[in-house]
Ligand binder design. Structure first.
Ligand code: 3H9
Length: 692
C-alpha cells in the first residue's frame, strides 16, 4: 500500500509510504482518499493526521506521471485536497524533512499543520517549468502573505520550517517526536468547530497593484526563455484579485498550458537526466565505496588549482604537488586570491575562508602524497608526461588509492597500463573553470573497478558536480562531439560566414557562447595541437584550414589579446577583427570557393546536427550509457540551452526524420563527407522512435 492507515486511540493516522519521496502518484492519491473514507466511517475516530514515512512528508506530485493518463485519473490531487478540506473531522498535516510542491498543497488543504524544525518547505514547480497546480498559488499567499508567497513560488527555493513558524502556515513547531506532538495536537483540536480552512482567509496587501507590476517587470527581466516564472506571478496575483474558486480555475488553466510546453518537458528531462546519470546498469546501488578523506592533486596550474578548490569547498583536505617551488607558490596564491574575491563579493564568510585555506597543503615530494585516498593528475596533455606521472604514482600511492587522470582526450586504458593496478585508475575530466563548471566527465577504463566508479560518482555529488560516465574514446563524450561541431564551424567560414555571424546565430538559439568566442576563451592553440595530431593519425578526416591560419598568426584568443576577434586590455568583449575577416575571405578565394550568404537557420542546423550525429555514434558504441547522459554533458559542460533540453532531446523535439532529411541535404553540398548519417539515428528515424 502506498499509504498506511492506522488508528491510535481517537486519531486515525494516514502515513504516505511511496519511497523515495512519497510522490503523490495515482496509487498514493487513491490510498489517501480511502484512508479518509475509513476515518469518516469510524465513529471512534475524532481527528485525522496525515504524515509521510521515511525521508519526506512528500516531494509533491509524481513528476513521472505528467503528460500521462495517470496524472488526470481520479482521484486527482485536486480531488484529494477537496476531500481533506471537506472532511467533517479535523485533518492535521504532520510535516517533516521535505514538504514540496503537491505535498505542500496537500498540507495547505488540511485544517491544521504541525511541523518539525529543519523541514524544507517549497513550491519548486517553477524549476520544472510549471507552476503549483493544486491550489498552491491561491492558498500559500493566504497564510504567508503575498510577498513571501510570490518569492517562494517564483524562485522555487526551499525555506526552513522554523523560518515560517510565525506565519499562519504552521500551527505548531514540534521540537520533540513529531508523531507524539501531532497526536497530542489532534486530540486538542478534535472538538473544534467550525474547522479552519485556508481558502476562507483573505490576502491583504495595501497597494498590491504596484507591487504586482514591480514583480512582473523584475521577473520578466530574469525569466529568459522560460514562460513559467511570469505565469507564477499571474497566478499569485489571482489570489488577491479573484475569488478563491476563480483563482483555482485560473491557476489550473495556466498549469495545463505550461505542462505541455517544450520548456517544461526539457526541465523535467534534465531533472531525471541528472539523477539517471549517477546510475550505471552494471554497478548496483549497494556497491561498497572506498573512503575518500584526503585528496592529492598533481599540478598547481589553472586546472589543478580549480580541481583542488572543489574538494576544499566540500571540507576535504587537499595536498597539491608541483615540481618547482615558484609554480607551487603561484598556484597556492591563485587559490587564495580566488577565495578572497569570493569573500569580497560577500559570498564567503571569513570563517569559511580560513577553514578552506587551512585544508590545503603544497608539496614538491611525491612521497608526501602517498597516503591520499584519491590522487588527480592535472599535468600537461601529453602521453609521455602522463606515463612518467602514473609510473611514479604507482610507486608511491598506498594500496587502494584511486588514481585519476584529468585528461580531456587521451586513452585512459593506456594510462592505466602504466601502473600495475589498472583497476584503480579512472578518468575525471573537469571543465574549466574547474571550481565553477558543473560537469564532471568520469571516464571508465576497461579495467576500472566497480567500487572505483561508484565512489567517484558519489564523490561528484559531494563536490556538487553532475557526474556523467563515458567509455574510452578520443575526446570522450563531450570533446568528441564538439570536434564535429567545430569542423562545421570551420567549413561555414570557408563557405561564406564570418565568426560574428556564426556566434550570433548560435547564441540566438540559446548557447551561452558561439564556437569562435568559445575558442578565444579556451585558447585556439589547444585545437591546433589536437588537429596536428589528427592530420597524422586520421588523414582521411577533412578540416577547414582557417583555424590553423589563425594560429599561425599567433592569435590564440583572449590570452594573446587576439583570436577570432580583437580584444582590448582589461576588456573581455570580442570586437570583430578586420585582419581575421580579410584572412577568411582570402582563404576562400585561394581555395576557389565562391562565398555565399548562409542563413542563421542553416548555421544552427549544421552545428547542432553535427553534435547529434556524433552523439548517435557515441550512444551506439556504448561510450554513453543513455541519451540523457549526453544531454547532461552538453547542458552542464558546453552551454547548450537548458530550455532545449540538450542535443538529443532537441533532436527528438525536431523529429528524427527531419534531422536525417536535413543531413542528407547537407551531404550533397560541399564537405558532404562530414554528413554520413549515424546508423542508430537512421534506424530510430525509420522506426519512428526517439533517442530519449
Ligand atoms: C507538483 O507537485 C505539481 C503540483 O503542483 C500540481 C499537480 C497537479 N516525483 O533528488 P533525489 C525521485 S510537481 C517523482 O536524488 P534528494 C528522484 O527522481 C513536483 N520522483 O533525492 C529520485 O529517483 P531515483 C514538485 C521524484 O534526497 C529520488 O526521488 N516537487 C520526485 O537529494 C531521489 O531524489 C518537486 O519539484 C517527484 N516529485 O532530494 C520536488 N521527487 O532514485 C523535486 C524526487 O529513481 N524533488 N523524485 O533517481 C526534489 O527536489 C528532490 O528530489 C527532493 C529529495 C528534495 C525531494
Amino acid at each position: 500500500m502506498t499509504a498506511e492507515y492506522k488508528v491510535h486511540g481517537a486519531v486515525a493516522v494516514i502515513t504516505l509510504n511511496n519511497p523515495p519521496v512519497n510522490g503523490l502518484g495515482l496509487a498514493t492519491r487513491t490510498a489517501i482518499v480511502e484512508g479518509l473514507r475509513q476515518a469518516q466511517h469510524d465513529a471512534a475516530v475524532k481527528s485525522i493526521v496525515i504524515t509521510g514515512a521515511g525521508k519526506a512528508f512528500s516531494g509533491g506530485a509524481d513528476i513521472k506521471e505528467f503528460n500521462s493518463p495517470k496524472a488526470l485519473a481520479e482521484p486527482t490531487l485536486h480531488t484529494v485536497i477537496a476531500a481533506v478540506e471537506n472532511s467533517d473531522k479535523p485533518v492535521i498535516a504532520a510535516i517533516h524533512t521535505v514538504c514540496m510542491g503537491g505535498g505542500l498543497e496537500l498540507a495547505l488543504g488540511c485544517h491544521y499543520r504541525v511541523v518539525s524544525p529543519g523541514a524544507q518547505i517549497a513550491l519548486p514547480e517553477v524549476k520544472l517549468g510549471i507552476l503549483p497546480g493544486a491550489g498552491g498559488t491561491q492558498r500559500l499567499p493566504r497564510v504567508v502573505g503575498l510577498e513571501m508567497a510570490l518569492n517562494m513560488i517564483v524562485s522555487g527555493t526551499p525555506v526552513a520550517s522554523e523560518k515560517l513558524v510565525k506565519t499562519k502556515l504552521f500551527d505548531e513547531l514540534v521540537e520533540g517526536d513529531l508523531m507524539t506532538g501531532a497526536l497530542n495536537f489532534a486530540e486538542r483540536v478534535a472538538a473544534t468547530r467550525p474547522l479552519p480552512k485556508v481558502r476562507d482567509l483573505k490576502v491583504d496587501y495595501p497597494n498590491y497593484e504596484a507591487f504586482l507590476q514591480f514583480s512582473r517587470n523584475t521577473v520578466k527581466a530574469m525569466a529568459g526563455p522560460f514562460p513559467a516564472p511570469l505565469k507564477c506571478v499571474e497566478a499569485v496575483a489571482a489570489s488577491i484579485t479573484k475569488k478563491f474558486d476563480d483563482g483555482i480555475a485560473f491557476e489550473r488553466a495556466l498549469f495545463v498550458d505550461l505542462v505541455q510546453t517544450t520548456e517544461s518537458k526539457a526541465l523535467r528531462h534534465a531533472f531525471f537526466g541528472e539523477r539517471a546519470a549517477s546510475k550505471l546498469p552494471d554497478v548496483p546501488a549497494d556497491t561498497p565505496m572506498r573512503s575518500i578523506k584526503s585528496v592529492a592533486v598533481i599540478g598547481a596550474g589553472t586546472m589543478g588549482g580549480g580541481i583542488a578548490m572543489n574538494f576544499l569547498n566540500a571540507g576535504i583536505p587537499v595536498t597539491i604537488l608541483e615540481m618547482k617551488q615558484e609554480a607551487l607558490d603561484k598556484g597556492l596564491a591563485t587559490i587564495r586570491k580566488n577565495y578572497e574575491n569570493t569573500m569580497k563579493k560577500g559570498k564567503l564568510t571569513q570563517e569559511k575562508f580560513d577553514q578552506r585555506l587551512s585544508l590545503i597543503t603544497g608539496t614538491m615530494s611525491y612521497e608526501e602524497i602517498g597516503q591520499a585516498d584519491l590522487v588527480i593528475e592535472a599535468v600537461f596533455e601529453d602521453m609521455g608526461v602522463k606515463e612518467t606521472v602514473f609510473k611514479k604514482l604507482d610507486e608511491v600511492m598506498k594500496p587502494g588509492a584511486i588514481l585519476a587522470s584529468n585528461t580531456s582526450t587521451l586513452d585512459v586504458d593506456q594510462i592505466a597500463n602504466f601502473t600495475k593496478r589498472p583497476q584503480d585508475v579512472i578518468g575525471t575530466h573537469f571543465f574549466s573553470p574547474a571550481n565553477v563548471m558543473k560537469l564532471l566527465e568520469i571516464v571508465r577504463g576497461k579495467a576500472t573497478a566497480k567500487d572505483v566508479l561508484a565512489t567517484t560518482l558519489a564523490l561528484s555529488k559531494k563536490i556538487k558536480k553532475t557526474g556523467v560516465v563515458s567509455g574510452v574514446c578520443d575526446g570522450f563524450i563531450g570533446n568528441r562531439m564538439i570536434e564535429q561541431y567545430s569542423r562545421q564551424a570551420g567549413f561555414l567560414l570557408e563557405q561564406g560566414c564570418l565568426p560574428e555571424q556564426v556566434d550570433k546565430a548560435v547564441e540566438k538559439f540559446g548557447f551561452a557562447m558561439g564556437p569562435f568566442r568559445m575558442g578565444d576563451l579556451a585558447g585556439n592553440d589547444i585545437g591546433w595541437y589536437i588537429r596536428k595530431r589528427r592530420y597524422v593519425e586520421k588523414p582521411e578526416v577533412t578540416y577547414s584550414k582557417t583555424a590553423d591560419l589563425l594560429c599561425e598568426l599567433g592569435r590564440f584568443g583572449q590570452k594573446t589579446s587576439a583570436g577570432w576577434y580583437d580584444y582590448k586590455p582589461g576588456d573581455r568583449k570580442a570586437y570583430p577583427s578586420t585582419v581575421v575577416n580579410d584572412m577568411i575571405i582570402k582563404h576562400s578565394a585561394d581555395l576557389g570557393i565562391e562565398r555565399k550568404k548562409i542563413s542563421d537557420a542553416e548555421i544552427v542546423e549544421r552545428l547542432v546536427y553535427a553534435l547529434v550525429n556524433e552523439a548517435a555514434n557515441i550512444l551506439d558504441e556504448g561510450i554513453a550509457t543513455r541519451a540523457s547522459d549526453i544531454d547532461m554533458v552538453y547542458l552542464t559542460g558546453y552551454g547548450f540551452p537548458l530550455f532545449r533540453g540538450g542535443p538529443m532531446f532537441y533532436a527528438d523535439t525536431v523529429g528524427l526524420p527531419n534531422v536525417v532529411m536535413a543531413m542528407e541535404k547537407y551531404a550533397k553540398g560541399p564537405h558532404g563527407e562530414a554528413w554520413q548519417v549515424a546508423p542508430l539515428l537512421a534506424r530510430l528515424a525509420a522506426e519512428g522512435k526517439t533517442f530519449n
